[in-house]
Design a protein. Sequence first.
Length: 247
Amino acid sequence: MCDTCGCGDPEIVPVEVQEKILSDNDHRAAHNREHFRAAGVVALNLMGSPGAGKTALLEATAAALAARAGSGYRVGAVSGDLATDRDSARLERAGIRSRSITTGTACHLDARLVHQALHHMDWRDLDYFFIENVGNLVCPAIYDLGQEANVVVLSVTEGEDKPLKYPVIFQKADLVVVTKTDLVPHLPGIDMQALRDNIAQVMPTDAVLEVSAVTGAGMADWLGWLDAFATAGAPVAAVPAVAGGEI
């Protein structure tokens, strides 16, 4: 079992007590981040429960960018899941350059898995690179992957108490995207104000967008948030290379 989160990760390496358990992952994440920044690629870690709408959001993002005159943005992604490459195939059909990361028993992606995936796809000419994490509201929050920001996807069907029950992932979020808002009229038990209040209680900065991948509501605000990252850019950080060679 994984000593960090109990996920069943088979690659457990004995470490001295004084060594930070995730030091190797953090080093690899810094390596990933260096390369993303050097190539001018905005990397975003997309986290959320199974069925929250992560893949649907990316599909709608690709369609919205394609429909926006003169956008010219190139989008890529890796999609993590325990089994199958179904999400990755969906993204490919949507026009997103993608690759599947099948974790087997691990309930999250780590920097090593992302690094390995980058060796098998063209990514340096992308504008946005989405790391669609394994569906989980716990473990993905622990691991730095080299991303520039964390985006948590939360669907209205999950209930307004999820931020209070799983606070860590929301505490790590730079943005929360509330999805499936087109279903609100059909869910009389959903209190959207309570949902917003609960997110605000646990999130460092109250940055929330409400979207519907079906109707397109809120997608303009989501694209505006992405534009802000694309135009701001990020400095290149010099870090040592990790074992396994350059990306």
